[in-house]
Design a protein around this ligand. Structure first.
Ligand SMILES: Cc1cc2nc3c(=O)[nH]c(=O)nc-3n(C[C@H](O)[C@H](O)[C@H](O)COP(=O)(O)OP(=O)(O)OC[C@H]3O[C@@H](n4cnc5c(N)ncnc54)[C@H](O)[C@@H]3O)c2cc1C
Length: 304
């Protein structure tokens, strides 16, 4: 195989890139157009070379994990989507530490930890994201969040420099991180755990799953909670109190089961979700004077 650093854009296109790849099947909300170029990562050297070449050519780049927190324009993404999935998902265990590549799913990682009697990730078993996305977002649930288990995050910056950020340096806060601000690529992370009782860990994960099934509209495509929790409030409660449950635009609807979820009831477009988002924001602002900020990452059409 040719050394990745010697790849040209032309050879990359011929050997590795898929052109005009539909993305909606890869996004949990099931909307959005195609990627102009798409790379399925098996090898980080090829991904880094592709990123470098795209930057040189002024081609925009989007990193994609499990696609569970993305709303992508109906026109699609005009650049290169670099997808970290099952081809980049190794997990290595050393005593109470785990190093995992960014493509591993949070479900697999949570079960891996429980299987080895490691406590700290039960909250994440039902989060349908990858490790990369979970770190970028500092994903959390039921009192847990990624910051509690992260020891170090392996990243690459736009100049191709590899950085290892400590937990403090990663600046993980509510659905926010330094990696987000600096548009860093997250290659993986070392997580550190307390010892735990396996049976209790499985029980906790099962209990959280039951709570999710009871409270969340999991049978419809969505991105989970669409809005962040505004300080002092819950987005879902404000939306419900504003009388917006069931509000529908096109195929996008405020869930009757959990008002914090905007769901795809069939055939929705990203435009439907953007219009519904604005209407919900407008009516919650009017009623309570609170701005609901999206938790979902909106790609390509934010300005409207
Ligand atoms: C039913 C449902 C329930 C959910 N419940 C929760 C919950 O309880 N708690 C919670 O926090 N979230 C929840 N989410 C939202 C979502 O699962 C999380 O935000 C998750 O962490 C996103 O990970 P992902 O791999 O799917 O990211 P993606 O959607 O693929 O990407 C999200 C962002 O991360 C970036 N990204 C992805 N991988 C990398 C990488 N390797 N390097 C740099 N950037 C990267 C993307 O560019 C994008 O900006 C839920 C979603 C759904 C659909």
């Amino acid at each position: 195989m040719q050394n990745a650093s010697e790849l040209t854009w032309q050879t990359l296109r011929e050997r590795y890139l898929i052109e005009n790849k539909p993305l909606s099947p890869l996004l949990s909300i099931r909307t959005g157009g195609p990627a102009r170029y798409f790379l399925e990562v098996q090898d980080s050297a090829v991904a880094l070379r592709a990123w470098q070449l795209a930057l040189e050519k002024n081609i925009p780049v989007l990193f994609l994990g499990s696609g569970s927190n993305l709303l992508l324009a109906d026109e699609g993404f005009p650049g290169l989507v670099i997808h970290f999935g099952s081809g980049y998902a190794d997990i290595v265990l050393k005593e109470n530490r785990v190093f995992a590549q960014c493509g591993v799913t949070m479900k697999a990682l949570s079960f891996f930890a429980a299987d080895h009697g490691l406590k700290g990730l039960t909250f994440a078993a039902g989060i349908p994201g990858s490790l990369g996305g979970a770190l970028l977002m500092n994903a959390g649930a039921y009192g847990g969040e990624m910051s509690q288990v992260v020891e170090a995050v392996a990243c690459v910056d736009q100049n191709g420099r590899h950085l290892t950020l400590s937990r403090e340096e990663a600046q993980l806060s509510y659905r926010h991180s330094r990696m987000m601000d600096e548009k860093l690529l997250i290659l993986g992370a070392t997580l550190v755990f307390e010892p735990g009782d396996k049976a209790q860990l499985y029980e906790e994960m099962a209990a959280y799953q039951t709570m999710r099934r009871d409270k969340q509209p999991l049978t419809y495509p969505s991105v989970g909670s669409f809005f962040k929790r505004p300080p002092g409030h819950f987005a879902g409660a404000l939306i419900e109190q504003a009388g917006l449950k069931g509000l529908t635009i096109g195929g996008a609807q405020v869930s009757e089961k959990h008002a914090g979820f905007l769901i795809n009831i069939g055939g929705a477009t990203t435009r439907d979700f953007l219009d519904l988002k604005m209407e919900v924001q407008r009516r919650v602002m009017e009623r309570f004077g609170v701005l609901l900020e999206p938790e979902v990452r909106i790609i390509g059409d934010e300005g409207r």
